[in-house]
Design a binder for this molecule. Structure first.
Ligand SMILES: [Zn+2]
Length: 313
């Protein structure tokens, strides 16, 4: 995979060397077959090859000349029961998972005969693999910690304390959708995908997050006199480059503290109920400051609410 990770740490060059070696070793190990892994059919191999092509086409569309190559060996097809053993409890029912730092994805292969559903999952996870990754070097314990994956932020000491997980999934879905939409006719023909399969496959894996993002883009565009499509393009580009200019625009548009609301979307710390999405959606479509304040209190965990208020004062 011709993609560099950004390694940070305030250490000397020797420390960087061990970190690079460690990462390299894990990246090579990710190619190895998992016990019980399913063989890929020639059609599935062809789909992965196509997805690589489309992914690079998407990069070019937003003005990037980086090249992503995901070898098919990095995408592990696992029967459901093996998938459940391989991933953490909270991910056991997910259709797939990507480990961006080590270039590895697992696909939860169930009995669904809908190939489009399967290919969309592979595409979604491969998009994750292409996203910007930042790792922290810990010289004392000779460890590497994930700090960023796309828009998602992790805290090195508290891995459950993550931010912008929902935004990250929404952008991953967006890229998946753009690729599908642009190439749908060719893909349907090449893989003889039926209209029924298309009708069955959901447009997004994380519909609720995506709807919140739509509200945000509309708000940012209208308040700053910007073209919506340009913002979408930038959002995609920054998912791969790691720039976070967009987040500043969000705060400028929706007020100080509003990033806490966006950061909390999809966070493991607070129950992400249907009701909470509605509140987030309302937060980003409401221009009344007072109402936003009320909503913020309801949406955020106690700790985040305190930080929200600090930011406002
Ligand atoms: Zn995802």
């Amino acid at each position: 995979m011709a993609k560099e990770h950004s390694l940070i740490g305030n250490k000397g060059i020797d420390d960087l060397k061990w970190a690079q070696d460690l990462l390299e070793r894990d990246i090579v190990e990710s190619l190895q077959k998992i016990n019980g892994e399913l063989e890929k059919s020639p059609e599935e191999l062809k789909a992965i090859e196509k997805i690589n092509f489309y992914l690079n086409q998407e990069l070019a569309t937003v003005g990037l000349d980086a090249v992503i190559v995901v070898e098919p060996e990095r995408i592990h097809f696992l029967p459901q029961e093996i998938y459940k053993q391989e991933v953490l409890k909270e991910h056991q029912d997910s259709p797939g998972i990507a480990y961006g730092a080590i270039h590895k994805a697992l696909i939860n292969v169930n009995d669904s005969s809908n190939r489009l559903v399967k290919y969309k999952t592979i595409l979604h996870e491969m998009v994750h693999l292409g996203s910007f990754i930042k790792l922290q070097i810990k010289a004392d314990t000779k460890d590497l910690y994930l700090l960023r994956a796309g828009y998602q932020n992790y805290h090195p000491q508290e891995p459950v304390h993550e931010h912008f997980g929902g935004l990250n999934e929404a952008v991953t879905d967006l890229i998946t959708f753009r690729i599908w939409y642009r190439n749908r006719e060719a893909l349907m023909k090449e893989f003889s995908i039926s209209q029924e399969e298309v009708a069955e496959a959901k447009p997004a894996s994380y519909e609720a997050y995506f709807q919140v993002l739509v509200k945000i883009i509309k708000g940012v565009a209208s308040q700053n006199n910007l073209v919506e499509n340009k913002i979408w393009d930038k959002l995609v580009k920054n998912y791969f480059t790691g720039e976070v200019m967009f987040l500043r625009e969000v705060e400028k548009t929706f007020g100080k503290g509003s990033l806490r609301i966006l950061a909390a979307m999809g966070s493991a710390e607070k129950v992400n109920s249907e009701e909470n999405y509605k509140k987030q959606s309302e937060f980003f479509s409401n221009i009344n400051e007072e109402r936003r304040q009320e909503l913020a209190k309801e949406i955020l965990s106690e700790q985040e609410w305190l930080k929200y208020q600090e930011r406002r004062n």
